[in-house]
Design a protein around this ligand. Structure first.
Ligand code: SF4
Length: 366
């Protein structure tokens, strides 16, 4: 059996070194292999081929407009009912104050805005927030909303996804966030998050955005009820859409953080091995998405550093103040100073590159 697996891995390595695409079965084989160092070095080889030694990061501020959410996904510790303890909905003044506070860092260059699906806010309310931010802070890029939120806006307004996206682009939106993809499987979504966008609806937002020239990110939430086959199918769905549109900029694997979630009582947090193999297999399967993000908030800084040697080339950003994942028990800090991010990257012998939400390089720190 061991010999058989080794032969399979040798064949996979040869294909990767020849730049050939991996099949579904090969993706499953990689997830099931236990050759830790072999997998990491192969993914690192591909990372070098696709994106040299730069490690991208943002000096950014996360804005979570509200945690009140009608979807109440079983894996989420952030969403609340309107009357629950800790429920909040920011006013535009509070949003502006938060941004002004983040702007005490002179290098702060942009925003990442994702929120719950508020039961009474209209699409126009969200649109007005983007317009106001863009008018007040035209120098800041705005990456905002997930495929789930865009689908929600289309449903509550009775408009098409294309129409919603066109309005948001006109208001100042420059990229779409990668969240909400979870696992692109109807089986998983029906069990864990039946009240929000289906897999097809999430993919449709990405496709429509790409056709409008708006770049998006993609993610995968793993380490819960999904099977390895469903992880691989998820990666292949993204790869197929990327073949069609070329509009995904980065892929972000999110490990499920169980604390304070409905689902969490049955699950432990993923192991470092699972986190690193998922980064590596993602790098090897997604041969047409340039960037793989090691999201330090979920992985922790030390694991993110290793992930940068397992195929990742992006460590996300300073964030200013993270709340969504800390509600789910993330043990990492709620922000990192830019100096710390630079140190983390330099320590592993790589080159930090500050960029905007569309990977335009703002500074390279040799
Ligand atoms: S994951 Fe998003 S959509 Fe689901 S409950 Fe949390 S905030 Fe709402």
């Amino acid at each position: 059996m061991k010999m058989q697996i080794s032969n399979d891995l040798r064949k996979i390595k040869k294909k990767i070194l020849n730049g050939e695409r991996l099949t579904r079965d090969e993706g499953i084989t990689l997830f099931n292999c236990n050759e830790f160092a072999w997998l990491g070095s192969l993914a690192d080889e591909v990372r070098k081929r696709m994106s040299d030694d730069l490690v991208y990061y943002n000096v950014n501020c996360h804005v979570n407009l509200t945690n009140i959410c009608t979807a109440r996904c079983k894996f989420c510790a952030f969403g609340r009912d309107e009357k629950s303890d800790g429920a909040y909905a920011m006013t535009i003044e509070q949003v502006i104050n938060l941004i002004n506070d983040a702007l005490k860092d002179p290098n702060m260059s942009g925003l990442h805005i994702v929120s719950g699906l508020h039961p009474t806010w209209k699409f126009e309310d969200y649109l007005e927030i983007i317009k106001t931010i863009h008018e007040k802070f035209p120098e800041l890029y705005i990456k905002g909303f997930t495929g789930v939120e865009i689908t929600h806006f289309a449903k509550i307004s009775g408009r098409s996804v294309e129409n919603i996206l066109t309005e948001l682009i006109d208001a100042g939106l420059q990229a779409i966030a990668g969240g909400g993809a979870e696992i692109l499987s109807d089986r998983v979504r029906n069990l864990l998050c039946p009240k929000k966008a289906t897999a097809e609806e999430w993919l449709n937002v990405a496709r429509t955005a790409h056709n409008l020239g708006l770049k998006t990110n993609a993610s995968m939430l793993y380490g819960h009820i999904e099977t390895i086959e469903e992880r691989v199918d998820h990666l292949i769905k993204l790869r197929e859409l990327q073949d069609e549109t070329g509009g995904f900029q980065t892929f972000i694997p999110f490990p499920f953080l169980p604390k304070n979630t409905e689902l969490g009582k049955n699950f432990k947090q993923t192991s470092m091995w699972d986190d690193l193999r998922t980064i590596a297999v993602s790098r090897l399967m997604l041969d047409n998405i340039k960037n793989i993000k090691a999201y330090w908030v979920m992985l922790t800084v030390p694991v993110a550093q290793v992930a940068l040697n397992f195929g990742a080339n992006d460590i996300d950003g300073t964030i200013h103040k993270e709340t969504i994942l800390h509600d789910a028990g993330a043990s990492s800090p709620t922000n990192l100073a830019e100096d710390e991010i630079i140190k983390i990257i330099h320590e592993i012998g790589r080159v930090p590159a500050a960029c905007d939400c569309n990977y335009n390089i703002l500074r390279i720190i040799e």
